[in-house]
Every structure is written in structure tokens, then in C-alpha cells.
Design a protein around this ligand. Structure first.
Ligand SMILES: Nc1ncnc2c1ncn2[C@@H]1O[C@H](COP(=O)(O)OP(=O)(O)OP(=O)(O)O)[C@@H](O)[C@H]1O
Length: 609
């Protein structure tokens, strides 16, 4: 693996989120995810919504005519006409309310379907390779990716679906009533109403821009506040030992205050937008009379008597008012649109970062041509039985986000049977070297070649902090494989039980009530640190890789247990790359790499076993 760039990712200065071209680009990109093909489910739903909304308009029009027909039948005392009109009215009202409910129902279905499409799309990139690690640990420019994927996507889809049926109809109603208005008032009506709308849009855009950037900031603070609660939830026991309730209360409240302060500021900005929207709504209602007043006062209708003039005013006022109300409805959507724009920016930023990270991951993968993905090993168990797992050529390593040098010009070959122990003081870069071997960090200089694959027959890492997923005991042991490997049914059960016993965890089986018993506990809460390390070893024995990378994997265990676990690893034919502080580890290794900080290192041979 040839890696030129160091691991440092800077804080980039992104432009303030606005209602600008960037918004349109990001919105367009999200729409392409929501509507990938003409035949996609979302497009079909959208077309159904369009048909229902159009049908609804037709029925509304018919319902609107009914009152005037009542005048007719009541005026002429036509009882049978009254009965049939009432029957028609009831039918239309039932159809109308059904269509309205269907409209709402389809909007809700679209919200769910959009959320599914967008979230699954983001998940596809987020969980690709180590993208989730880079994004959460190394990138500082995209805050709270979890919040963006869960809450921001949810709100974006909800707001967009609430706008959908109004937006979808506007081109039709606008064209129809523009034509009607033109027929009644000539060019003056539509032109002045369009001009009014343009002014309204420009003013609203000015009022909306600060809202968009404030909303983006508010969502960041919302994510920070949630993260604080999550931190306490995950570390509840440690916090309780510190009696941290008071200090954490103060810190959590501080985040809440900051969030609420921003929310209040956002509302202050929204107030101006609401004033703008309401002013345009009410001004619109008198605009129709202004449109008619101009020809009247300029003498165009000088030859009409008052009765003819009022008939003309009433006719023109109706179409103008309708056209204006179509535009007002669009202006009313400004508040929702500014929310949608804020979420569009947050999701768009995440999307862009995910795409660039995934591109980088793909480039890396094609460069190394090695099988780095655990998913693939279930299909193709690694057949690259290379004698050498890692080859490092003049590798230098610095801290991300700073120039502090950890390792300089390291040449190292890790091959079968040559167990390597990495030692050194705290913070000298032992785990960082493993991060480079694991492909999580790039080296600043030099080449890192991984000549085998991950998983059974390849390399397995046991990180310093054990990782457990939700699920049964079997799922913990076979992790990160999704299926039993090898696919051998009960024989596999025997292997798992045997390895649990070897790891000293037979009693855990009794506590869980069996390998496949669903447990709703959090593994981190119910296992002691030592038990977590034992369970990690049971996993390692099960996967039985050719190379095992152990980062202080026995730090919570006694030397005696450490001895047993290491002996089992050796018996199972694993080559070990360990990081540890204990001298008792030396006897299991044939090489010791000592890191001394500031780039210095020393490789020596030991007696080993
Ligand atoms: N994501 C990160 N961003 C910036 N600096 C980091 C990051 N992770 C670790 N570091 C820093 O890198 C240095 C080396 O860390 P590393 O975890 O490799 O130390 P170590 O030698 O394994 O220490 P220990 O013996 O305590 O496990 C430390 O100074 C640490 O603070």
C-alpha cells in the first residue's frame, strides 16, 4: 500500500449555508437519490399523488359551485332539484374528503419511503470500509454524523413531504388561473401579480437566508446535546463512581442553554419571515382591486355605467384573488422551505464527505489489491497464505492534526512464526502503528504493504477497547462474521463451546442461557473488563487467523491467565503481534520493537519460546 499523505485532516472553512446555488446543487443531488429511476417506487407514488391532487382540485371546484346552485333551487322552490342537489353535494363531499385523506396518506407514505431511500443510501457509504471511523474520529469538519443520518434526514423528509402536495399542484393551478386572469384583465393582471410575487420572493429570500444558517447551527447544537446524554448513558458506571452527577448536570445544562439560546435566536429571525409572509398574504388580497383600479382611473372603462362596472370588478376580482392566493400559498411555504434548505445543507455536507472518503477508500483498495473487507471473506475465505503479513518500508508516522512525529523511517517485516512485541512508553505510538497496519491511518511517508487479508486465515485485530455488538453469545463469538464460519452446524457449536471454555468463560453460557438465547442486556454493562478480554480471545480462537494483532489484550487479566491464552494462540498456529507493557509477554515473542518517542525506534531479537 503506497500512501503519500499523512493522516491529518484539517478543519476546513466551509461557506455559510445559504439559499444559493450550492443549496440547489445539494438539493438536486438528494432528489436524484429519492427519485433514482422513472420506474422507481418513489416516482410512482409521486405521480399517484399528482393525480389525486388534480382530481381533488376538480372536485373542490365542483363543490365550490354548489352554494350558487342552492340559491337557484331554493329561489325557484324546486323541491326535487333541492333533493338531487343535496344528494350530489353529499357524494362530492364524500369524494372530496376521501381524496384529501388519500392525499395526506400518500404524503406520509412518501415520507417513509424517502427516509428509507436516503438513510439506506447514506448507510451504504457510511459503513463502507473504515469511512465511519474516519468521519467520527479523524474528521472535524462534519459534526454529529449520527444526528445527520438519523434526525436531519427524518426532518428533511417530513418537511419535504408536507410541502409536496402544495408544490406539485402549483404549476397547474398557476398556469390555469394566469390564463383565466389574462382573459379577464388582459396582460395587466398577470404581470402585476407576477411582479408582486417576484418582489415577495426576493424579500423572503433575504429574510430566509439567516434562518438557513441558524438552523444548521441549531442542529449541530442539538447533536452535541444528544451526544452528551449518550456519553453519560455509555459511561454511567464510571460517572457514578466519580459521583459525577452534579458536574455532568452542569455541563449538560450548559449545552442545553446554548441550544435553547440558538433556538430563541432562530425564532427571532423567523419572526421577520412570518411578518413578511403575513404582510404579503394580506397585501395580496387588495392587490386584485389595485389591478382593476388602474384601468378604471385611467379612463379605460369610461363608457361603462356603475352596474356594468361592478359586474366587471366582481369577475376580475375573483380570478385575480385566486391567482394571488396560489402565489400566497407558495410564499407561505417559505418557512418550511428554509427548514428544508437547512437540512439539505447538513445532509449535503455529509453526503459530499462520505463520497470523497469512499472514493479515497476505493482508490486505496484498488491500489493495494488486497482483500480488506470482512464481508468478502464470507464468500471467499482468504487463500493468500502469504508467509509475510506486513512489509513496512521507511515508514514515518505523525499525529493527525499536528506534526508531532511518532515513528521515523521504520523498516519492518512481519512474517509467519516471527512473533513481534511492540513496547514503549505511554503515547509513543504503539497503537498508532497498529492503526497504520489496520489501514485506519495513513503513514506520513513510506510504504505499508499488507500481504494477507483480514479474517480467518488472515489477520485479526483485538483492539485495546473490546468491541461487542448487540445480540446473542454466539454472535459475539463469531463477530464480525455474520454467518457461522465454517458453515458446519453443530460441529461449530462444539468449537464455540470449546473456545469459550479455553477462554475461561463457561459460566457465561449459563448466564446467557445458551449460545442463541436473545439477551437484552448491554454487554459492556454486564461483563467485567477481564471477561470482555476473555470473550475477545474466545472470538480470536474461533476465527483462528494466521496473524493476531493484540493491543494490550490481556491488561485486565492475571499473568497466569495471560500465559494460558497466549499458549492457546501459539498452539492454534497464530503469529502474534502484541502491544503490551508486561515483561511476562516477552517470552512469547521473537522480536521486540521498542518505540521511544520523537520518531525513535529499536528492533531487537529475544529468546522467545
Ligand atoms: N485520533 C487521534 N487524533 C489525534 N491524536 C491522537 C489520536 N489518537 C491518538 N492520538 C495521540 O497519538 C499519540 C499516540 O497514541 P497511541 O494510542 O498510539 O499511544 P500508545 O503508545 O498506544 O499509548 P498507550 O501505551 O497509552 O496505549 C498519543 O499522544 C495520543 O494522544
Amino acid at each position: 500500500m503506497k500512501q503519500e499523505k499523512g493522516p491529518a485532516y484539517g478543519r476546513d472553512s466551509r461557506p455559510q449555508p445559504q439559499l444559493d446555488l450550492l443549496f440547489l446543487q445539494r438539493f438536486g443531488r438528494i432528489q436524484a437519490i429519492l427519485f433514482p429511476r422513472w420506474s422507481s417506487q418513489n416516482v410512482l407514488m409521486f405521480l399517484t399523488l399528482l393525480s389525486i391532487a388534480l382530481l381533488e382540485q376538480l372536485v373542490i371546484y365542483q363543490v365550490g359551485l354548489i352554494p350558487s346552485q342552492y340559491y337557484g333551487v331554493l329561489g325557484s322552490k324546486d323541491f326535487s332539484g333541492f333533493k338531487s342537489l343535496t344528494a350530489i353535494a353529499v357524494i362530492f363531499i364524500i369524494i372530496n374528503s376521501t381524496l384529501k385523506s388519500l392525499d395526506q396518506f400518500i404524503c406520509n407514505l412518501m415520507y417513509v419511503s424517502w427516509r428509507k431511500s436516503l438513510t439506506e443510501y447514506l448507510h451504504g457509504y457510511y459503513f463502507q470500509g473504515q469511512v465511519y471511523y474516519t468521519l467520527n474520529v479523524l474528521r472535524e469538519d462534519v459534526d454529529n454524523p449520527d444526528q445527520r443520518i438519523s434526525q436531519d434526514v427524518e426532518r428533511f423528509c417530513r418537511q419535504l413531504s408536507s410541502m409536496a402536495s402544495k408544490l406539485i399542484l402549483s404549476p397547474f393551478t398557476l398556469s390555469y388561473y394566469t390564463y383565466q386572469c389574462f382573459q379577464s384583465t388582459g396582460w395587466l393582471g398577470p404581470v402585476s401579480i407576477f411582479g408582486y410575487f417576484v418582489i415577495g420572493t426576493v424579500v423572503n429570500k433575504v429574510l430566509m437566508s439567516p434562518i438557513v444558517s441558524k438552523l444548521v447551527h441549531q442542529e449541530k447544537l442539538e447533536g452535541d446535546f444528544r451526544f452528551k446524554h449518550m456519553q453519560i448513558r455509555v459511561n454511567a458506571e464510571s460517572a457514578a463512581f466519580y459521583r459525577a452527577g452534579r458536574v455532568e448536570h452542569m455541563r449538560t445544562d450548559r449545552r442545553l442553554q446554548s441550544l435553547l439560546h440558538t433556538q430563541r435566536e432562530l425564532m427571532g429571525k423567523e419572526l421577520w419571515l412570518y411578518i413578511g409572509i403575513n404582510t404579503f398574504d394580506y397585501l395580496g388580497s387588495i392587490l386584485s382591486y389595485v389591478v382593476i383600479a388602474i384601468p378604471i382611473f385611467s379612463g379605460v372603462y369610461g363608457d361603462l355605467d356603475p352596474a356594468q362596472l361592478s359586474a366587471l370588478v366582481s369577475k376580475n376580482a375573483f380570478v385575480s384573488i385566486y391567482l394571488i392566493s396560489c402565489f400566497s400559498q407558495l410564499i407561505d411555504l417559505s418557512a418550511t422551505l428554509s427548514d428544508v434548505a437547512g437540512y439539505t445543507h447538513r445532509i449535503g455536507e455529509l453526503l459530499e464527505t462520505l463520497l470523497s472518503l469512499s472514493r479515497k477508500h476505493r482508490d486505496c483498495e484498488s491500489e493495494t489489491k488486497s482483500n480488506w473487507d470482512f464481508d468478502k471473506i464470507e464468500v471467499w475465505p482468504c487463500h493468500r497464505k502469504a508467509d509475510t503479513a506486513f512489509l513496512l518500508e521507511r515508514v514515518s508516522l505523525s499525529l493527525p492534526s499536528s506534526d508531532k512525529l511518532l515513528i521515523k523511517d521504520l523498516n519492518l517485516k512481519i512474517s509467519q512464526g516471527n512473533n513481534l512485541l511492540i513496547v514503549g512508553n505511554t503515547g509513543t505510538g504503539k497503537t498508532s502503528l497498529l492503526r497504520v497496519l489496520g489501514g485506519l491511518w495513513d503513514s506520513t511517508r513510506g510504504n505499508v504493504h499488507m500481504l494477507t487479508c483480514f479474517g480467518p486465515h488472515g489477520v485479526v485485530f483485538l483492539p485495546q477497547r473490546p468491541f461487542f455488538t448487540d445480540g446473542t453469545l454466539r454472535e459475539q463469538v463469531i463477530y464480525p462474521l455474520k454467518k457461522i464460519y465454517p458453515d458446519s452446524g453443530s460441529v461449530d457449536d462444539e468449537r464455540i463451546l470449546q473456545f469459550l471454555e479455553l477462554a475461561g468463560l463457561s459460566d457465561l453460557l449459563v448466564r446467557t442461557g445458551g449460545l442463541d438465547q436473545q439477551v437484552d442486556w448491554n454487554w459492556y454493562d454486564i461483563l467485567s473488563p477481564g471477561e470482555m478480554q476473555r470473550l475477545s480471545f474466545a472470538r480470536l480462537f474461533y476465527l483462528q487467523p494466521r496473524y493476531a494483532v493484540l493491543d494490550e489484550a490481556t491488561s485486565a487479566l492475571t499473568e497466569e491467565v495471560e500465559n494460558e491464552l497466549y499458549c492457546t494462540c501459539t498452539r492454534l498456529g497464530m503469529t502474534l503481534i502484541s502491544v503490551g507493557h508486561r515483561t511476562s509477554l516477552e517470552k512469547f515473542h521473537s522480536w521486540i520493537l521498542k518505540l521511544s518517542g520523537r520518531g525513535r525506534w529499536e528492533l531487537t531479537r529475544t529468546e522467545g519460546v
